[in-house]
Design a protein around this ligand. Structure first.
Ligand SMILES: [Zn+2]
Ligand SMILES: [Zn+2]
Length: 396
Protein backbone atom coordinates (compact mmCIF):
# COMPACT_ATOMS: atom_id res chain seq x y z
CA UNK A 1 0.00 0.00 0.00
CA UNK A 2 1.36 3.37 -1.02
CA UNK A 3 1.93 5.87 1.80
CA UNK A 4 2.93 9.50 1.37
CA UNK A 5 5.34 10.45 4.16
CA UNK A 6 6.98 13.61 5.50
CA UNK A 7 9.76 12.44 7.80
CA UNK A 8 11.25 15.81 8.77
CA UNK A 9 9.33 18.58 10.51
CA UNK A 10 9.82 20.80 13.58
CA UNK A 11 7.92 21.57 16.77
CA UNK A 12 7.22 24.97 18.33
CA UNK A 13 10.54 24.63 20.22
CA UNK A 14 12.72 25.02 17.12
CA UNK A 15 14.14 28.42 16.15
CA UNK A 16 11.91 30.32 13.75
CA UNK A 17 9.02 27.89 14.28
CA UNK A 18 5.41 28.92 14.76
CA UNK A 19 4.54 28.94 18.48
CA UNK A 20 1.11 27.35 18.07
CA UNK A 21 2.20 24.00 16.62
CA UNK A 22 0.66 21.06 18.47
CA UNK A 23 0.22 17.36 17.72
CA UNK A 24 -3.45 17.72 16.87
CA UNK A 25 -2.82 20.55 14.36
CA UNK A 26 0.00 18.61 12.69
CA UNK A 27 -2.24 15.54 12.33
CA UNK A 28 -5.30 17.51 11.21
CA UNK A 29 -3.42 19.45 8.52
CA UNK A 30 -1.44 16.40 7.36
CA UNK A 31 -4.79 14.72 6.75
CA UNK A 32 -5.85 17.64 4.54
CA UNK A 33 -2.54 17.52 2.68
CA UNK A 34 -2.76 13.74 2.19
CA UNK A 35 0.33 12.97 4.29
CA UNK A 36 -0.25 9.58 5.94
CA UNK A 37 2.94 9.35 8.00
CA UNK A 38 4.69 12.36 9.52
CA UNK A 39 7.77 12.84 11.72
CA UNK A 40 7.08 14.19 15.20
CA UNK A 41 9.90 16.75 14.89
CA UNK A 42 12.17 17.63 17.83
CA UNK A 43 11.51 14.42 19.83
CA UNK A 44 14.67 14.80 21.96
CA UNK A 45 13.48 18.16 23.31
CA UNK A 46 12.20 17.45 26.87
CA UNK A 47 9.01 19.57 26.70
CA UNK A 48 8.02 18.39 23.23
CA UNK A 49 8.81 14.78 24.20
CA UNK A 50 6.39 15.19 27.08
CA UNK A 51 3.65 16.41 24.71
CA UNK A 52 4.32 13.45 22.43
CA UNK A 53 4.05 10.99 25.30
CA UNK A 54 0.82 12.56 26.54
CA UNK A 55 -0.90 12.71 23.15
CA UNK A 56 0.33 9.79 21.04
CA UNK A 57 -0.76 6.15 21.16
CA UNK A 58 1.31 3.37 19.58
CA UNK A 59 -0.68 1.62 16.85
CA UNK A 60 2.03 -0.75 15.56
CA UNK A 61 5.69 -1.07 16.50
CA UNK A 62 7.23 2.43 16.36
CA UNK A 63 4.16 4.00 14.70
CA UNK A 64 1.87 6.34 16.65
CA UNK A 65 -1.38 8.28 16.19
CA UNK A 66 -3.69 10.67 17.98
CA UNK A 67 -7.30 9.37 18.34
CA UNK A 68 -8.65 12.72 17.13
CA UNK A 69 -7.13 12.11 13.66
CA UNK A 70 -6.75 8.34 13.30
CA UNK A 71 -5.77 8.41 9.60
CA UNK A 72 -2.43 10.16 10.21
CA UNK A 73 0.47 8.26 11.76
CA UNK A 74 3.59 9.60 13.47
CA UNK A 75 7.19 8.38 13.69
CA UNK A 76 9.65 9.58 16.37
CA UNK A 77 11.98 12.02 14.65
CA UNK A 78 14.35 14.88 15.34
CA UNK A 79 16.99 16.96 13.57
CA UNK A 80 20.32 17.86 15.16
CA UNK A 81 23.14 20.20 14.17
CA UNK A 82 26.54 18.52 14.48
CA UNK A 83 29.29 21.08 15.16
CA UNK A 84 32.92 20.06 15.01
CA UNK A 85 36.37 21.09 13.90
CA UNK A 86 37.74 19.63 10.69
CA UNK A 87 41.02 20.77 9.10
CA UNK A 88 41.04 23.70 11.56
CA UNK A 89 37.63 24.89 10.33
CA UNK A 90 34.36 24.81 12.27
CA UNK A 91 31.77 22.69 10.41
CA UNK A 92 28.02 22.62 11.01
CA UNK A 93 25.90 19.95 9.38
CA UNK A 94 22.27 18.89 9.97
CA UNK A 95 21.09 15.30 10.38
CA UNK A 96 17.61 13.79 10.64
CA UNK A 97 17.35 11.01 13.23
CA UNK A 98 14.52 8.42 13.38
CA UNK A 99 13.90 6.31 16.52
CA UNK A 100 12.14 2.93 16.92
CA UNK A 101 10.46 3.77 20.27
CA UNK A 102 10.33 6.16 23.25
CA UNK A 103 12.87 4.11 25.26
CA UNK A 104 15.53 4.61 22.58
CA UNK A 105 14.68 8.32 22.43
CA UNK A 106 15.31 8.56 26.17
CA UNK A 107 18.58 6.63 26.03
CA UNK A 108 19.70 8.90 23.20
CA UNK A 109 18.78 11.99 25.22
CA UNK A 110 20.96 10.78 28.07
CA UNK A 111 23.87 10.16 25.74
CA UNK A 112 23.56 13.30 23.59
CA UNK A 113 23.16 15.55 26.65
CA UNK A 114 26.91 15.10 27.16
CA UNK A 115 27.52 16.99 23.90
CA UNK A 116 24.93 19.77 23.96
CA UNK A 117 22.00 21.41 25.72
CA UNK A 118 18.98 19.54 24.36
CA UNK A 119 16.48 21.72 26.25
CA UNK A 120 17.73 24.92 24.62
CA UNK A 121 16.07 24.41 21.24
CA UNK A 122 14.06 21.89 19.28
CA UNK A 123 16.91 21.30 16.85
CA UNK A 124 19.82 21.09 19.30
CA UNK A 125 23.48 21.76 18.62
CA UNK A 126 25.58 18.66 19.26
CA UNK A 127 29.27 19.45 19.72
CA UNK A 128 30.63 16.25 18.29
CA UNK A 129 31.76 14.99 14.89
CA UNK A 130 29.13 13.20 12.77
CA UNK A 131 31.29 10.07 12.88
CA UNK A 132 31.12 9.96 16.69
CA UNK A 133 27.45 10.96 16.64
CA UNK A 134 26.60 8.09 14.30
CA UNK A 135 28.60 5.54 16.30
CA UNK A 136 27.16 6.57 19.64
CA UNK A 137 23.57 6.39 18.35
CA UNK A 138 24.26 3.02 16.73
CA UNK A 139 25.66 1.77 20.04
CA UNK A 140 22.22 2.43 21.55
CA UNK A 141 20.30 0.68 18.79
CA UNK A 142 21.23 -0.34 15.26
CA UNK A 143 17.67 0.51 14.18
CA UNK A 144 18.12 4.22 14.87
CA UNK A 145 18.39 5.77 11.40
CA UNK A 146 20.59 8.80 10.66
CA UNK A 147 20.05 10.73 7.43
CA UNK A 148 22.03 13.80 6.26
CA UNK A 149 19.45 16.59 5.89
CA UNK A 150 18.97 18.96 2.90
CA UNK A 151 22.44 18.06 1.66
CA UNK A 152 23.00 20.99 -0.71
CA UNK A 153 21.82 23.97 1.36
CA UNK A 154 24.75 26.39 1.55
CA UNK A 155 25.10 26.57 5.35
CA UNK A 156 24.07 23.31 6.97
CA UNK A 157 24.01 20.77 4.16
CA UNK A 158 26.73 18.11 4.10
CA UNK A 159 27.61 19.10 0.53
CA UNK A 160 26.64 22.76 0.81
CA UNK A 161 29.03 25.49 -0.23
CA UNK A 162 30.02 26.36 3.37
CA UNK A 163 30.68 22.76 4.49
CA UNK A 164 32.54 22.14 1.26
CA UNK A 165 33.14 18.44 1.72
CA UNK A 166 33.74 16.68 -1.58
CA UNK A 167 32.91 13.17 -0.45
CA UNK A 168 30.68 11.69 2.24
CA UNK A 169 33.72 9.95 3.69
CA UNK A 170 35.54 13.27 4.20
CA UNK A 171 32.66 14.41 6.39
CA UNK A 172 31.53 11.21 8.06
CA UNK A 173 34.64 9.01 8.20
CA UNK A 174 33.73 5.37 8.78
CA UNK A 175 30.27 6.53 9.87
CA UNK A 176 29.52 6.43 6.11
CA UNK A 177 28.86 2.68 6.51
CA UNK A 178 25.68 3.48 8.40
CA UNK A 179 24.30 6.08 5.99
CA UNK A 180 21.64 4.59 3.72
CA UNK A 181 19.79 7.66 2.55
CA UNK A 182 20.06 11.41 1.98
CA UNK A 183 17.43 14.16 1.98
CA UNK A 184 17.19 16.40 -1.11
CA UNK A 185 15.96 19.56 0.61
CA UNK A 186 14.12 22.25 -1.31
CA UNK A 187 17.25 23.37 -3.14
CA UNK A 188 18.07 20.11 -4.92
CA UNK A 189 16.22 17.38 -6.78
CA UNK A 190 17.08 13.74 -7.59
CA UNK A 191 18.21 14.74 -11.10
CA UNK A 192 21.02 16.83 -9.59
CA UNK A 193 21.92 14.28 -6.93
CA UNK A 194 21.96 11.30 -9.28
CA UNK A 195 24.59 13.07 -11.40
CA UNK A 196 27.05 12.35 -8.59
CA UNK A 197 28.21 8.72 -8.59
CA UNK A 198 28.95 8.69 -4.87
CA UNK A 199 25.22 8.78 -4.19
CA UNK A 200 24.50 5.65 -6.28
CA UNK A 201 24.67 3.65 -3.07
CA UNK A 202 22.04 5.60 -1.11
CA UNK A 203 18.32 6.18 -1.44
CA UNK A 204 16.87 9.67 -1.81
CA UNK A 205 14.06 10.94 0.37
CA UNK A 206 12.30 14.27 0.41
CA UNK A 207 10.57 16.04 3.29
CA UNK A 208 9.13 19.44 4.13
CA UNK A 209 11.46 20.54 6.99
CA UNK A 210 8.38 22.55 7.95
CA UNK A 211 8.50 25.02 10.84
CA UNK A 212 4.72 25.55 10.85
CA UNK A 213 1.50 23.64 10.18
CA UNK A 214 0.49 25.96 7.32
CA UNK A 215 -0.71 24.19 4.18
CA UNK A 216 2.02 25.71 2.03
CA UNK A 217 4.78 24.49 4.40
CA UNK A 218 3.76 21.15 5.95
CA UNK A 219 4.29 18.29 3.49
CA UNK A 220 5.49 20.69 0.78
CA UNK A 221 7.96 17.97 -0.24
CA UNK A 222 7.33 14.30 0.58
CA UNK A 223 8.25 10.68 -0.19
CA UNK A 224 5.95 7.88 -1.36
CA UNK A 225 6.77 4.44 0.06
CA UNK A 226 5.21 1.07 -0.71
CA UNK A 227 4.45 -0.33 2.74
CA UNK A 228 2.10 -3.28 2.94
CA UNK A 229 2.37 -3.25 6.72
CA UNK A 230 3.15 0.04 8.40
CA UNK A 231 5.65 -0.36 11.22
CA UNK A 232 9.00 1.25 12.03
CA UNK A 233 11.17 -1.60 10.75
CA UNK A 234 9.31 -1.85 7.43
CA UNK A 235 9.77 1.86 6.87
CA UNK A 236 13.49 1.71 7.73
CA UNK A 237 13.88 -1.32 5.46
CA UNK A 238 12.35 0.67 2.57
CA UNK A 239 14.79 3.50 3.19
CA UNK A 240 17.79 1.19 3.51
CA UNK A 241 16.97 -0.96 0.48
CA UNK A 242 15.80 1.97 -1.66
CA UNK A 243 12.25 0.67 -2.03
CA UNK A 244 10.98 4.14 -2.66
CA UNK A 245 8.18 4.71 -5.17
CA UNK A 246 8.89 8.40 -5.74
CA UNK A 247 9.59 11.76 -4.14
CA UNK A 248 7.63 14.99 -4.58
CA UNK A 249 10.00 17.87 -5.24
CA UNK A 250 10.19 21.62 -5.57
CA UNK A 251 11.90 22.65 -8.79
CA UNK A 252 15.34 23.68 -7.51
CA UNK A 253 15.24 26.81 -9.71
CA UNK A 254 12.48 28.11 -7.39
CA UNK A 255 15.02 28.19 -4.55
CA UNK A 256 16.71 31.36 -3.32
CA UNK A 257 20.20 30.16 -4.25
CA UNK A 258 19.98 28.29 -7.54
CA UNK A 259 21.90 30.34 -10.12
CA UNK A 260 24.95 32.53 -9.46
CA UNK A 261 23.96 36.17 -9.20
CA UNK A 262 23.39 39.49 -7.47
CA UNK A 263 19.97 40.70 -6.32
CA UNK A 264 18.62 44.04 -7.54
CA UNK A 265 19.20 46.01 -4.32
CA UNK A 266 22.97 45.56 -4.67
CA UNK A 267 22.93 47.72 -7.80
CA UNK A 268 22.32 51.45 -8.35
CA UNK A 269 19.86 50.85 -11.20
CA UNK A 270 18.06 48.17 -9.10
CA UNK A 271 18.46 45.48 -11.75
CA UNK A 272 19.05 41.81 -10.99
CA UNK A 273 21.95 39.95 -12.49
CA UNK A 274 22.05 36.16 -12.62
CA UNK A 275 23.69 33.55 -14.80
CA UNK A 276 24.15 29.82 -15.22
CA UNK A 277 27.36 28.52 -13.63
CA UNK A 278 28.12 27.00 -17.06
CA UNK A 279 29.15 30.50 -18.17
CA UNK A 280 31.91 30.55 -15.55
CA UNK A 281 31.35 34.17 -14.56
CA UNK A 282 32.69 35.01 -11.09
CA UNK A 283 32.53 38.79 -11.13
CA UNK A 284 29.31 40.78 -11.50
CA UNK A 285 29.34 42.85 -14.73
CA UNK A 286 27.22 45.52 -12.97
CA UNK A 287 29.12 46.18 -9.74
CA UNK A 288 32.39 44.30 -10.29
CA UNK A 289 32.04 42.43 -7.00
CA UNK A 290 32.10 38.67 -6.56
CA UNK A 291 28.81 36.96 -7.47
CA UNK A 292 26.95 34.89 -4.86
CA UNK A 293 27.41 31.28 -5.91
CA UNK A 294 24.30 29.12 -6.25
CA UNK A 295 23.56 25.49 -5.54
CA UNK A 296 23.82 24.53 -9.21
CA UNK A 297 27.47 25.61 -9.31
CA UNK A 298 28.28 23.33 -6.38
CA UNK A 299 26.42 20.43 -7.99
CA UNK A 300 28.31 20.92 -11.25
CA UNK A 301 31.63 20.83 -9.42
CA UNK A 302 30.78 17.43 -7.98
CA UNK A 303 28.88 15.96 -10.92
CA UNK A 304 30.70 13.01 -12.51
CA UNK A 305 28.11 10.89 -14.36
CA UNK A 306 25.87 11.77 -17.28
CA UNK A 307 23.00 9.29 -17.24
CA UNK A 308 21.49 9.00 -13.79
CA UNK A 309 20.50 5.36 -13.21
CA UNK A 310 17.21 5.80 -11.45
CA UNK A 311 14.92 8.79 -11.39
CA UNK A 312 11.55 8.62 -9.73
CA UNK A 313 10.15 11.95 -8.71
CA UNK A 314 7.44 14.46 -9.50
CA UNK A 315 7.68 18.25 -9.38
CA UNK A 316 4.96 20.03 -7.43
CA UNK A 317 4.44 23.40 -5.80
CA UNK A 318 2.25 23.86 -2.70
CA UNK A 319 -1.37 24.17 -3.88
CA UNK A 320 -2.14 27.12 -1.61
CA UNK A 321 0.95 28.92 -2.93
CA UNK A 322 -0.21 28.22 -6.50
CA UNK A 323 -3.67 29.61 -5.67
CA UNK A 324 -2.12 32.81 -4.31
CA UNK A 325 0.06 33.23 -7.42
CA UNK A 326 -2.82 32.66 -9.85
CA UNK A 327 -5.57 34.53 -7.99
CA UNK A 328 -3.37 37.16 -6.29
CA UNK A 329 -2.83 37.92 -2.60
CA UNK A 330 -1.02 35.63 -0.17
CA UNK A 331 -1.33 32.17 1.37
CA UNK A 332 -2.88 33.81 4.44
CA UNK A 333 -5.82 35.48 2.62
CA UNK A 334 -9.21 34.08 3.62
CA UNK A 335 -10.43 33.98 0.03
CA UNK A 336 -7.45 31.85 -1.05
CA UNK A 337 -7.75 29.50 1.91
CA UNK A 338 -11.45 29.01 1.19
CA UNK A 339 -10.71 28.07 -2.47
CA UNK A 340 -8.07 25.66 -1.13
CA UNK A 341 -10.60 24.09 1.24
CA UNK A 342 -13.14 23.79 -1.55
CA UNK A 343 -10.59 21.90 -3.68
CA UNK A 344 -9.79 19.60 -0.73
CA UNK A 345 -13.44 18.85 0.04
CA UNK A 346 -14.04 17.94 -3.61
CA UNK A 347 -10.93 15.78 -3.99
CA UNK A 348 -10.08 14.36 -0.56
CA UNK A 349 -6.61 15.82 -0.10
CA UNK A 350 -3.97 17.98 -1.79
CA UNK A 351 -1.84 14.98 -2.83
CA UNK A 352 -4.95 13.35 -4.35
CA UNK A 353 -5.03 16.37 -6.70
CA UNK A 354 -1.32 16.00 -7.56
CA UNK A 355 -2.06 12.33 -8.22
CA UNK A 356 -4.74 13.25 -10.77
CA UNK A 357 -8.08 13.81 -8.99
CA UNK A 358 -9.86 16.54 -10.91
CA UNK A 359 -13.12 17.60 -9.30
CA UNK A 360 -12.95 21.31 -9.94
CA UNK A 361 -16.59 22.46 -9.58
CA UNK A 362 -16.83 26.21 -9.08
CA UNK A 363 -13.04 26.68 -9.27
CA UNK A 364 -11.77 29.59 -11.44
CA UNK A 365 -10.79 28.50 -14.93
CA UNK A 366 -7.24 29.91 -14.77
CA UNK A 367 -6.58 28.02 -11.52
CA UNK A 368 -7.82 24.72 -13.04
CA UNK A 369 -5.50 25.31 -15.98
CA UNK A 370 -2.57 26.10 -13.68
CA UNK A 371 -3.09 22.89 -11.65
CA UNK A 372 -3.13 20.82 -14.85
CA UNK A 373 0.08 22.49 -16.08
CA UNK A 374 1.85 21.77 -12.78
CA UNK A 375 0.76 18.11 -13.01
CA UNK A 376 2.08 17.85 -16.57
CA UNK A 377 5.35 19.60 -15.63
CA UNK A 378 4.58 22.47 -18.01
CA UNK A 379 6.12 25.15 -15.82
CA UNK A 380 9.51 26.64 -15.06
CA UNK A 381 11.05 29.37 -12.93
CA UNK A 382 13.06 32.47 -13.67
CA UNK A 383 15.94 31.09 -11.57
CA UNK A 384 16.30 32.09 -7.93
CA UNK A 385 19.62 33.74 -7.00
CA UNK A 386 21.32 35.65 -4.18
CA UNK A 387 18.39 35.24 -1.70
CA UNK A 388 15.69 36.00 -4.33
CA UNK A 389 13.13 33.23 -4.99
CA UNK A 390 12.57 32.01 -8.54
CA UNK A 391 9.46 33.33 -10.33
CA UNK A 392 6.89 30.85 -11.62
CA UNK A 393 6.21 30.81 -15.38
CA UNK A 394 3.85 28.56 -17.32
CA UNK A 395 4.48 26.98 -20.71
CA UNK A 396 1.74 27.36 -23.36
ZN1 LIG B 1 18.15 21.57 8.88
ZN1 LIG C 1 26.57 43.07 -8.73
Amino acid sequence: MYKICDLHIHSKFSGGASKNIDIFKIAYNCNIKGIQLVGTGDCIHPLWLNELKCNLIETSSGIFYTPKVPDVNFILQTEVEAIWKNNSKIRKVHFIILFPNFEKVEESIELLSQFGNLAKEGRPKIYNSPEKLIFSLKSIDMDIEIIPAHIFTPYFGLFGDMSHFNTMEDALGTGINYINSIETGLSADPLMIRGISEFNKVSIISNSDSHSTNFHRLGREATMFDLNKLNYLNLIDSIRKNKIIKTYEFKPSQGKYYYDGHRAERHIDKKDYFCSPKLNIDICPFCRKKLTKGVLARVQELSDQKNPFKLNFQYIIPLLHLISIVLGGSEYDRANISIYQKLISQNGSEYAIWEGKSNFNGIPEDLKEAICKIRKGKFWFIPGHDAVYGKLQFED
